[in-house]
Design a protein around this ligand. Sequence first.
Ligand code: ACO
Length: 356
Amino acid sequence: MRFMRAVIVGSGSEIPPNAVTNQMLARIMDTSDEWIRERSGVETRYYVDLGTATSDLGVAAARRALAEGATAPEDVDLVVFATMTPDYYFPGAGPLLQAKLGLRNVPCFDIRQQCVGFLYGLQLVDAHVRAGLARTVLLVGAEVHSGFMPYSAANWDYLYGRSDVPPTPAEHAWNSRFRHLTVLFGDAGAAVVLQAQEDGSRGIVDSVLGTDGADYDKLYVPGTGFKHRPYTDPEQFARGDHIPVMDGRYVFKLAATRMVEVAQQVLARNGLRIDDVALVLMHQANRRINEHCQKALGVPDDKVVHNIHKYGNTTAATIPLLWDECARRGRIRPGDLVLLVAFGAGMSWGATLVRA
Ligand code: ACO
């Protein structure tokens, strides 16, 4: 008997309309284009218009992925939606997407593994397809990080050049307090359609995933959770506990170590070497992390794609966005072996091999 494999047959993405350069951010906080570019590789990121939510970005990306994969919405029999910035506390973004796309009443999983969400999603899809529980799957990663930005409405206007009232010294200091984090992130949505195919030559080959929750507090949101009663209150906002806390240096080192290890594990488990891989798509949290991983894994430049300079870190959207860009540009050809690698809050990490 041949195993069923989940094959990516279409991809799509949605980039919101508001491009924000490093120089624009420097209008409202103590930062510079030079610092952001050198330390992280980010040059621009995009933010949604007020009112656009994560499910909207996911829906737009999913529509493109369905069209690209010549898949009718009524054929979808499973949805997996990865995000750490859902429209509402509950329900998750999956049901919202199901309704907006007019899908059948199929199971919709909401998963929240942050920057590794898409790889965890691929494993979930792979297991369902291999078990015969799903044939046509929509896997979505989308984020509206701009909701995390601590700026006042007046500061947003000044950032966009819609007002000439600069931040007060107190607002400037408040915005600057979170600068090591806020400058890195952008909003985006991306999606892939996967279909069960009997031909064993294509599809998700294997994944290695890992988690170490002991380090959860190196990157987390301390407030607005049910550890508090009530779960949110004005004091938490006054303290800034609704904004993520990140020990950047610690996370940097852990990401650089774990991403190399997990990539080596998935290759070794499948009797493959890095030379067998046509393309390596790494999560885009920091260009220097990826340059370190590329060197440690011995990957030549022409097999690595970066897009952090354009979009910043878009968390669960990053890997499918990279996939979509590469597929459109002909950088992923049918039969190519693609290695996906990511690390994120949790702490969680993963590496997935996909035969395009
Ligand atoms: N502009 C100007 N200066 C800044 C900024 C900024 N935006 N941010 C921090 N600085 C300053 C700091 O205050 C510090 O100043 P000091 O030396 O006077 O104290 C100095 O720059 C160095 O700060 P570091 O935090 O040590 O800088 P580092 O080189 O480590 O870069 C960064 C920070 C970019 C955050 C890096 O540590 C990083 O990328 N970490 C990993 C992030 C990551 O991978 N996250 C996981 C994925 S996200 C997810 O899962 C949701």
